[in-house]
Design a binder for this molecule. Structure first.
Ligand code: PXL
Length: 275
């Protein structure tokens, strides 16, 4: 059985990060080991959230695993609690990673042109260092702009998207998967492979609703699917369709935006698509 370690926070309420990564990766038939980077009462879109940073646990956990000879097929990181924590995650990966292991980074830190409340302008530069070491990164356009010091544009075209994606690849990431790519009236995912210099796009019908945590749902499904043996293109398609289904069934639920989508009800669809 394949095993991923996913490194991100636990938001106790507000479905995102580890509370979605665990069930979704499990549904793809892959083991999800975890490192919780922080425990928050809710994700940071709620007011007055509490946060206990678990920074001091990261390297001791890594050391124990190394001593025990525990290995992983992939390292998958999401929301990290501080710039200092990013350095520790880089050390952990360098320490435990074997040549054939995948490093997948979702630089979960910003959306709609803005950083999440816990982060300052320096944070994206640290995150860019982690992304530079990754096999695959999963930014949205806001995160891509922050990490490349490109002024954010709410409206952009395909040329702009490709420019930003290629800047990220030039910083070191082998493959860039731009999520929520919206240009020329289309909406979906844009993949750039810096080794083949080829693009792959998967567009979908844009659903007129926004929910918190859908980026984490896409990234978790994508990572599980890829590690389970699907191609990168197939993993993008199934993860994007799964995320869209989650949004579709939650669309009319009042006040769901912050609480997250009903991804649980669509797990049978995900398993069906895996075949
Ligand atoms: O979904 C990304 C995410 C994860 N974890 C925490 C967050 C957010 C987005 O705001 O606040 C704590």
């Amino acid at each position: 059985m394949k095993r991923i370690v996913t490194i991100q926070d636990i938001s106790c309420v507000g479905k995102c990060s580890l509370t979605v990564a665990l069930p979704i990766i499990s549904a793809t038939g892959v083991e999800a080991a975890i490192i919780p980077t922080a425990v928050l009462s809710t994700h940071t879109m709620f007011k007055n959230f509490t946060c206990k940073d678990l920074d001091d646990q990261i390297l001791p956990i890594a050391k124990h695993w190394k001593d025990e000879g525990i290995t992983f097929d992939a390292f998958y990181t999401g929301y990290l609690a501080s710039a200092q924590q990013i350095g520790k995650v880089i050390s952990l990966i360098n320490d435990l990673k074997q040549d054939e292991n995948l490093v997948i980074v979702d630089p979960a830190m910003a959306d709609n042109g803005k950083l999440y409340p816990a982060f300052d302008e320096e944070f994206p530069h640290e995150m860019a260092k982690l992304c530079a070491q990754a096999d695959i990164i999963l930014p949205n356009i806001t995160e891509a702009c922050y990490m490349t010091d490109t002024p954010y544009r709410a409206d952009y075209d395909e040329t702009f998207a490709k420019e930003v994606v290629e800047k990220l690849a030039a910083q070191g990431a082998k493959k860039v998967v731009l999520t929520g790519a919206a240009f020329d009236g289309k909406y979906g995912v844009l993949l750039y492979d810096s080794e083949t210099k080829k693009y792959f796009t998967y567009f979908q019908e844009k659903i007129d609703a926004a929910f918190h945590g859908t980026g984490d749902i896409f990234s978790s499904a994508f990572t599980g699917l890829l590690v389970s043996g699907k191609s990168i293109e197939e993993s993008i398609k199934i993860a994007a369709d799964y995320t869209a289904e989650c949004i579709r069934i939650t669309k009319n639920t009042p006040n769901a935006n912050w609480y997250g989508v009903d991804f649980e009800r669509v797990i049978p669809y995900l398993i069906d698509r895996i075949g």
